[in-house]
Design a protein around this ligand. Structure first.
Ligand code: FES
Length: 141
């Protein structure tokens, strides 16, 4: 193998590796975002079991639920930076993103970036059955 053909082979190998990594990155990112397409439905029993001020993650709905006084508040569980799932830190009473360190308070407000937007609020729609659905817009009054 000549030096010239070796360099060609090396560059081709690097190009293939870079393409593979780019494809993997795109697949991972789109997989993260797919979670937003969940049905956003869950059992009403979860609402009944909530304790005031203690967020509960409902993975099938892609959301966090928080009981406050007589109201239940819901937030999308995806970080507004790049879409990773938020974790609740009960000792610090805040949501923390494991990807790049954004922090949100219990009301979904950004406490530390890189995220700049608050956690998206979701609204509960009760059906006649045992299901609750989360929607993006508040109910019409
Ligand atoms: S995805 Fe949450 S901080 Fe980047």
């Amino acid at each position: 193998m000549t030096t010239r053909s070796f360099i060609k082979y090396l560059l081709l190998s690097l190009a293939v590796a870079a393409s593979g990594m780019a494809a993997w990155g795109i697949a991972m990112f789109s997989g993260i975002r797919q979670g937003k397409k969940s049905t956003r439905q869950f059992s009403r029993q979860i609402i009944d079991d909530l304790r005031p001020g203690q967020p509960v993650h409902v993975s099938e709905a892609g959301a966090w639920l928080i009981k406050r006084d007589d109201e239940v508040v819901a937030f999308d569980d995806r970080c507004t930076h790049l879409g990773c799932r938020q974790k609740w830190n009960s000792q610090e009473s805040r949501f923390e993103c494991p990807c790049h360190g954004s922090i949100f308070d219990i009301d979904g407000n950004v406490q530390r970036g890189p995220a700049v937007s608050p956690m998206p609020r979701l609204y509960l729609r009760y059906s006649e059955g045992n299901e609750v659905r989360l929607v993006d817009k508040p109910p019409a009054s």
